[in-house]
Write a protein that binds this ligand. Sequence first.
Ligand code: GDP
Ligand code: IMO
Ligand code: MG
Length: 428
Amino acid sequence: MPALIVVGAQWGDEGKGRVVDNLGRQAHLVARYNGGDNAGHTVVAGGHKLQLHLVPSGVLHAQATCLIGAGVVVNPARLVSELDELAALGVDVGPGRVKLAAAAHLILPTHRALDGARETSRGKAAIGTTRRGIGPAYADRAARLGLRAALLSDPQELGKRVLERVQAHNRLLQNHYGLAPLPAAEIAADYVAYAHRLRPHLVDGSALVAEALAAGRIVLCEGAQGTLLDLSHGSYPYVTSSTTIAGGALAGLGFGPREVSRVVGVAKAYTTRVGGGPFPTELLDAVGERLREAGAEYGTTTGRPRRCGWLDLPILRYAAQVNGLTELALTKLDVLTSIDPLLVAVAYERDGKRTTRFPAEFGVEELAHYRPIYQELTGWSEELGAARRREELPAAAQAYIEVIENAVNLPVTLVGVGPDRAQTIWTG
Ligand code: GDP
Ligand code: IMO
Ligand code: MG
């Protein structure tokens, strides 16, 4: 059972990129299963800092084939530029190494324009999307109007289909939103060029995964976003438009549940969120500001400051439940140095009643009635960046990890004590 799923346990940006890179040295295949270039996954290794939006975070491990799976929506312009950037760094991103599932869907510039138009029209209720066209591209997929990556194999047909879709989107932009149309013929020509460039990368994604699994090889499934951004199980409507949870790996790559041996939930040692929507443990004070500065909490994709707050254990329990987590990877523990005391939400209170459940499925109106209950923990003042074993951490930091393990009833198998690949404590 060699499939491992890496999934965000909070609202994204938990450090999935670094955890996939950490685990990637054992993997034969590293596969992104959901989302698009709304994701920004950071890998820091060998003096290089990579910010990946589409190419899986295992790309620095030469033995690993990288797959962009069927569940992903792909902006081909971004993919081409990402491949070029990696090639310039000497990374092999040839068609033998980086593969694109034929059943993935293509994002069009008009999807981005529609994303922006819908956000603007929502006014104060804006979701705060990345404006990368993710929602409209998945909406077209669900409406069976989408363009699959398979079309890249026939550039002329793709050009024709792009022209039709862009013209249809333009009617919406003009008539419904009063916006200028985008140049359909130019866009179609661009997509013909992307097709010539990308078609050698096309593959039957599910077959590639099946082959690797049949050979007993390790398949590392890389989630984008996080549990609370899941379309069904997140803080709807302030979510993304894909299945971010572990089940999304099966649907997004096309393999079955019997193959999964580990589901690693990546959690930051505190909580962050980008964009709108509820965030019960948010800190709007100097401590929040401090987390933002110490943790460099600015969006990888949009540069927006991330909202910061205390760790929320009911959220991690919820993530364990909906993903079937087998373990946690705890990142950015080093960022908490010199914050004393440290608060962690252990439960919620509603109308005087205490609950340890996070009520994500009831939506934002219901969540507004819930107030977090905190436990105060002792902080530490030592820098953690050089620790490589759990015993080398200050007692208070070890205790912080134990509180999490006990609350979620899962082992923490990896701890991040700095952004670099080497700044990792393996405890599993
Ligand atoms: P992802 O979207 O889940 O892959 O996470 P991002 O890359 O968007 O954001 C995580 C940020 O935290 C990146 O800048 C990482 O380099 C950084 N990071 C990851 N792990 C650690 C850690 O243990 N300590 C510190 N200080 N930074 C980390
Ligand atoms: P990674 O993979 C954090 C958020 C946006 C917005 C909501 C919907 O790096 O963890 P979308 O553009 O997807 O329609 O936006 O989801 N969001 C993320 N937040 N990390 C991400 O990706 C995100 N991808 C989308 O900020 O609130
Ligand atoms: Mg990110």
